[in-house]
Design a protein around this ligand. Structure first.
Ligand SMILES: Cc1cc2nc3c(=O)[nH]c(=O)nc-3n(C[C@H](O)[C@H](O)[C@H](O)COP(=O)(O)OP(=O)(O)OC[C@H]3O[C@@H](n4cnc5c(N)ncnc54)[C@H](O)[C@@H]3O)c2cc1C
Length: 412
């Protein structure tokens, strides 16, 4: 019997495998994709996340790849002027014991995967999709559709004919993302619903940009029903750009599969049309981007209690438990925190399996709920119009640094 089976090798599943490994526990990590790949997009990692990644021994590998932005700036997207600045570089280390970093998602994923594979105690099964699970008195029975398995060690993948497999585990963790099969089969919670918000993502080599468009800071450009986030990745050599549009600004009503049918040139035109009232700096930057990828954003209700994160021998982690709008840039961060916490409780072998998972959920659900809620509130603040926008800008000018710092979040 496998001690612990994790379904989903995204940021959350890989982090949990690594945290367990470092605590001396083996696990089976199951992923439906045949290879682990990440989208060409950036990710922000606050000091609370960097502290954990550093504690897992990843500091040197990370510092070869990440960027350390000098500051976080808030700007008016329409007129371009600066509203407030929060210094990041040295300040974050002094205040929170770790830097504020930005990374390419593929780099972070590769670093986590390499560490998991080097540890050697995780059995990674690729091309294996969880189809069903049933909890029994002494464990959980898992059923998979599998085509290939990969065992520990770099890139050792054994091809199998398409087959079905069963695994018995003493516990199951669903780290299988927004459309979690683990959640759908064990909880009667509503499925995710479309928020109508769209995220367009792109990356540009900074060397191709004119000097005035290059940047080594995180900038949030706020406009009516929209905002933009730009930040450096890959040691500052690339600029990551995300455009977020609320329904009023979205050029299309989004139906399932709509994003797959958009041609790159249509997407570039969509973004430029939605942001045509923005300042020249924003429009010039968008004019340099030919390749966008678009994400319709989905959401679920905010977590209401620990039993929505763990029940009996089954727990949920990351987006499977608490998807959130990316307006606080914390989805992966919370998945990584979940992983650390779950691994800590898993080592409490004087407790039963159910007790360990329950304690994890009790420790995590309120913080996750708070982050979900703040992410929603940020949508209203970032996209404000009229009097609210005026009040926001005034508040930012007077109290900007205090408003942008998040001690409750960064202190962890
Ligand atoms: C525009 C945008 C910007 C963002 N920016 C940030 C940011 O700056 N910082 C941040 O922290 N977060 C950010 N996020 C959020 C972050 O990307 C997610 O919260 C995070 O990736 C979730 O990780 P996860 O491991 O929980 O789920 P996922 O990454 O979705 O991983 C789930 C894995 O499970 C696998 N899987 C699914 N079903 C099965 C099955 N039945 N069997 C086997 N495997 C299965 C999937 O293939 C996948 O590999 C952003 C999100 C968006 C959309």
């Amino acid at each position: 019997m496998t001690e612990l089976a994790i379904v989903g090798a995204g940021m959350g599943g890989l982090s949990l495998a690594l945290a367990l490994q470092q605590a001396g526990h083996a696990c089976t990590l199951v992923e439906r994709e045949a290879a682990l790949t990440e989208v060409g997009a950036g990710i922000q990692l606050g000091p609370h996340v960097m502290r954990r990644l550093t504690a897992w021994g990843l500091r040197d590998r990370l510092h070869e790849r990440i960027a350390l932005p000098e500051a976080l700036q808030a700007r008016d997207a329409l007129r371009g002027h600066l509203l407030a600045t929060l210094p990041l570089a040295g300040d974050c280390v002094n205040r929170y014991g770790a830097p504020y970093a930005t990374a390419h998602r593929a780099d972070l994923q590769a670093i986590l995967l390499e560490a998991v594979q080097q540890g050697g105690s995780t059995e990674l099964r690729l091309n294996t999709t969880l189809t069903r699970w049933v909890e029994q008195r002494n464990g959980v029975n898992l059923e998979f559709d599998s085509g290939a398995t990969a065992s520990p060690g770099p890139a050792r993948v054994e091809e199998h004919a398409h087959s079905q497999a069963q695994v018995q585990a003493s516990a199951l963790v669903g780290a299988d993302g927004l459309w979690s099969r683990v959640r759908a089969s064990g909880w009667t919670l509503p499925e995710p619903s479309a928020t109508g918000h769209l995220a367009y993502r792109a990356m540009l080599p900074q060397s191709l940009l004119p000097e005035r468009l290059r940047s080594q800071v995180v900038t949030v450009w706020m406009g009516p029903h929209l905002h933009l986030v730009t930040y450096p990745v890959r040691q500052g050599e690339w600029l990551n750009v995300v455009v977020l549009l609320q329904p009023q600004r979205s050029p299309h009503a989004v139906t399932p599969g709509w994003d797959l049918s958009r041609e790159p040139q249509d997407m570039a035109a969509d973004v430029q049309a939605a942001l045509r009232g923005c300042c020249a700096g924003v429009r010039d930057l968008l004019g340099m981007i030919e390749q966008w990828r678009v994400w319709p954003l989905y959401g679920r209700d905010i977590l209401a209690g620990p039993d929505q994160m763990a029940r009996g021998r089954v727990a949920l982690l990351g987006d499977a438990a608490h998807p959130m709008l990316p307006y606080l840039a914390q989805g992966a961060g919370m998945a990584i925190e979940d992983a650390e916490c779950l691994a800590q409780w898993w080592t409490q072998t004087d407790l039963t399996v159910s007790q360990r998972l329950h304690r994890y959920a009790v420790a995590r659900w309120q913080r996750n709920a708070r982050v979900q809620l703040q992410s929603r509130r940020n949508a209203d603040i970032f996209h404000a119009t009229g009097f609210m926008r005026w009040g926001r800008d005034l508040g930012m000018k007077i109290l900007g640094r205090r408003l942008m710092d998040q001690p409750w979040l960064f202190s962890g």
